[in-house]
Design a protein. Structure first.
Lengths: 329, 388
């Protein structure tokens, strides 16, 4: 029995299914942990205790919230395009599972070793835009529609600097495999790409925040203007799934940033995966910090930052990297 | 089928009144912002016609919480109506208290003891700080910054504790009486007010460093919603909205009442009249409030807090009177017409928010939806006061 199971797991397909199942479990736990963490961080920044009533220090609050979301009725608005309306949350959460596959938590702990891992992540994370678009269109709500329109132009704009910064690192290492890129930075802190390519890191992180629709770039769901943007009409677990997808994308962006720029699993004393997770969650903490500190930018300002600053800087960085790589060769 | 559903959902009277679309191609979107919307701070409704995210025109719809305050004034006696004033503008309730009490005192020729006048100044200015702080937090909430409102509430808490000691309530105060105030202040009130003034002076630079000088906030506020002095006058705007446009009009200076002519304070004004100027004027007014409170505390005379020779029943003589005070949102005016009976024959309340809101339709034209929300926030609207 055990032997059969091991044989099944050693098959690439079996390995992938096992990895996907593990990722889904990780996502669920992670969604709850991050939701708790976000509220505690917000509480800390706003000088209040945060959730405190359910369980010790409010630790059971995420379970209470999940229970509430699951038990709520799902309501589709009158005149909604039902197919698109119900499809949107699924389209939003499905690709993010795939995005976790190539992330190298350690040399051994990787869902699937493919040498085009970076490309896979970029391709599948782009699908999130489609989900927001479907949600906005299918809801038969003007706020949702405006939110979706914002989401599309924002995502399209910010994917370019994101790609440019990722390409600079890929040029330098000569690989699109996240594990190989992380492995190239294991000679101590000085070999980390954040010091070799600081500009690319800044561009990547800003674009990543915009791609995940986090404050100060949370325009698609800007609640003071668009009530809740694209998910205005979603109730119960459909909202919960959007929420889960957003937090999972945060982890993906921060994990990719860790692998690309922060040396991946590199670190003393503790085993690699712990270092990888620590770095990832440090970046997530920074994202939360931004959210609870800054006002929201306006839409034209958001696009101006992208087109006038990030893309030219990203291009310059890419050309400089290419020139140096060529010259070194 | 879908068309029928949509027409059923949007076909109300005001949307119909909003008239035909401005665009000949019909590619504009008519959007109802409110009456239940986070940006309207209450039950205000604004119908906007959007071209993309740009506003072609906007039309505020009022009256969702019209509570007949003016009519109530005509069916209740002068004393019975007093508690209503705390509910008209719940954020600067004491200014409304003052406007009504002052009007009746003027009509009946009641003398107010000096101590009561100073107590009124101190409490009214504390209440003004409270109101400006809530505006500050709520406005930044409009801009998407979640944290400042909680800092503002921490300071508001101190003020509300102090005011609770003398007024007995925390929000809808009914503290002023014809001929004075209902309760004298004690030493603890004075000590805690001084403590608060000292503490709050240290908080203001922190607010500036954390929020006012933030590059995103500046980008969102500067050169947005520019209100010219000419336009502000045309609509009868008052308060920080008018002063932000560079007109140094403050009722406390222009038509001095109580002991304000004995106190030394500046009238902060802006230059451009944009949202940032209105913001800066309010922040500067917090400083001036502290100055006024300090001077009033130093000058607080001994004596009675309520005039000793008040009539048993308040039945003013025949006549009419207008009394105005400076509220946190602008000029609060009370017009009273008495026919010699126990109730006013006619009562008219001039709410500053009403005039300030009427600016919005013109100011919002051609701006982005996000800027319109910011402009609406910068007018510091309290909807119950507008609808009355």
């Amino acid at each position: 029995m055990t032997a059969q199971l091991l044989e099944l797991l050693s098959h690439p397909l079996g390995q992938m299914i096992a990895a996907l199942a593990a990722i889904m479990a990780f996502m669920a736990v992670n969604g709850m942990a991050l939701q708790y963490a976000e509220r505690k961080v917000a509480g800390f920044i706003q000088r209040r205790p945060g959730p405190y009533e359910v369980g010790p220090h409010g630790l059971l609050q995420p379970f209470a919230d999940a229970g509430k979301l699951i038990s709520k009725q799902l309501v589709a608005p009158l005149g909604a395009d039902r197919l698109l309306f119900w499809l949107a949350p699924l389209v939003s959460v499905a690709p993010v599972v795939v995005c976790f596959l190539p992330i190298p938590f350690s040399p051994l702990l990787t869902g699937m070793n493919i040498n085009l891992g970076l490309l896979l992540i970029l391709a599948f994370s782009g699908l999130n835009t489609l989900a927001l678009c479907l949600a906005g269109w299918g809801s038969n709500n003007k706020y949702s529609l405006l939110g979706a329109a914002r989401a599309v132009s924002q995502s399209v704009a910010y994917e370019i600097p994101l790609l440019l910064s990722v390409l600079a690192v890929a040029f330098q290492v000569g690989s699109l495999d996240l594990a190989a890129i992380a492995a190239s930075q294991t000679q101590g802190v000085l070999s980390w790409n954040v010091l070799v390519q600081p500009l690319a890191f800044i561009i990547f992180f800003i674009s990543g925040i915009a791609e995940t629709n986090r404050a100060p770039f949370d325009l698609p769901e800007a609640e003071s203007e668009l009530t809740a943007g694209f998910h205005t009409e979603y109730s119960g677990m459909c909202f919960g799934i959007f929420f889960l997808a957003e937090y999972s994308y945060m982890v993906v962006v921060c994990a990719v940033a860790t692998a690309l720029f922060l040396g991946g699993w590199d670190g003393p004393v503790f085993p690699g995966p712990w270092w990888f997770l620590a770095k990832t969650f440090a970046l997530i903490f920074a994202m939360m910090w931004f959210r609870w500190t800054f006002p929201r930018v306006r839409f034209d300002q958001l696009l101006n930052v992208c087109w006038k600053w990030l893309i030219p800087l990203g291009l310059a960085n890419l050309v400089a990297t290419a020139a140096i790589v060529k010259w070194v060769q | 089928m879908a068309q029928d559903v949509n027409s059923r959902l949007t076909g109300d009277y005001y949307t119909a009144q909003f008239g035909p679309s401005l665009s000949e191609e019909g590619d504009t979107l008519v959007l109802n912002v409110g009456p239940q919307h986070p940006a309207t701070h209450g039950v205000l409704r604004v119908i906007v016609e959007l071209d993309g995210e740009y506003i072609r025109r906007a039309e505020p719809v009022l009256g969702y919480i019209h509570r007949m305050h003016e009519k109530m004034g005509e069916v209740k006696t002068y004393v019975q109506y007093l508690p209503n004033m705390g509910r008209v503008d719940y954020l600067h309730a004491l200014a409304w208290n003052w406007a009504y009490v002052g009007a009746v005192e003027k009509l009946m020729g009641i003398e107010v003891p000096a101590r009561a006048e100073y107590i009124r100044v101190i409490t009214c200015e504390l209440n003004r700080i409270n109101s400006h702080l809530l505006w500050w937090g709520a406005y930044l909430l409009d801009l998407g910054a979640f944290t400042p409102i909680l800092y503002a509430f921490a300071d508001r808490e101190h003020i509300m504790d102090i005011l609770q000691m003398v007024t007995g309530s925390r929000l809808t105060y009914c503290y002023y009486r014809f001929g004075g105030v209902s309760a004298d202040v004690n030493d603890e009130f004075i000590r805690r007010t001084r403590e608060f003034v000292a503490d709050f002076k240290k908080r203001l630079p922190m607010y500036r460093a954390l929020v006012t000088d933030n590059i995103i906030l500046r980008g969102r506020c500067e050169d947005i919603g520019v209100l010219t002095p000419e336009m502000a006058r045309r609509y009868g705007a008052t308060g920080p909205v008018l002063r932000g446009s560079g007109v140094a009009y403050d009722v406390r200076r222009a038509e001095p009442y109580s002991v304000y002519d004995r106190l030394d304070f500046d009238i902060p004004t802006g230059q451009k009249g944009d949202v940032m100027d209105r913001y800066e004027v309010r922040m500067a007014e917090l400083d001036q409030c502290l100055r006024i409170i300090e001077q009033a505390l130093d000058a607080l005379p001994a004596g009675a807090h309520l005039s000793p020779d008040l009539p048993e029943r308040f039945i003013p003589p025949k006549g009419e009177v207008y009394f105005a005070v400076e509220g946190a949102r602008g000029k609060i005016g009370v017009y009273l017409l008495s026919d010699g009976g126990p109730k006013p024959y006619r009562l008219k309340l001039r709410a500053p928010g009403f005039s300030n809101l009427s600016l919005f339709a013109e100011l919002a034209q051609g701006t982005l939806l996000a800027d319109a929300v910011s402009i609406l926030g910068s007018l510091d609207l309290v909807i119950p006061e507008i609808d009355r």
